[in-house]
Design a protein around this ligand. Structure first.
Ligand SMILES: [Zn+2]
Length: 82
């Protein structure tokens, strides 16, 4: 498969998506994508990208709720490590 930007070769690789939504940063590793070996253009499957954006938007809404809450820790749950 050829790169639409520069005509280089697209290869499968795992990439990290790093996006900001409303001041909240989302980093997701291990996303399969096609990456151009010449210019670095990345292509992620549309359903995956949609799922990422949907999830990020949902999290952003929850974060916004807590920002406006006076006592956000009343809603606290545990975040597991690793
Ligand atoms: Zn390219």
């Amino acid at each position: 498969m050829k790169c639409g930007e520069c005509g280089g070769t697209m290869r499968y690789a795992q990439v990290t998506l790093d996006e900001r939504f409303g001041g909240v940063r989302f980093v997701i590793e291990g996303i399969p994508a096609l990456v151009c070996d010449r210019c670095g253009t990345r292509e992620v499957s549309a359903p995956l990208l949609e799922a990422f954006e949907e999830t990020a938007a949902q999290l952003e809404r929850e974060v916004a709720k807590l920002k406006f809450s006076e006592r956000p820790l009343e809603l606290a749950g545990r975040v597991s490590e690793g």
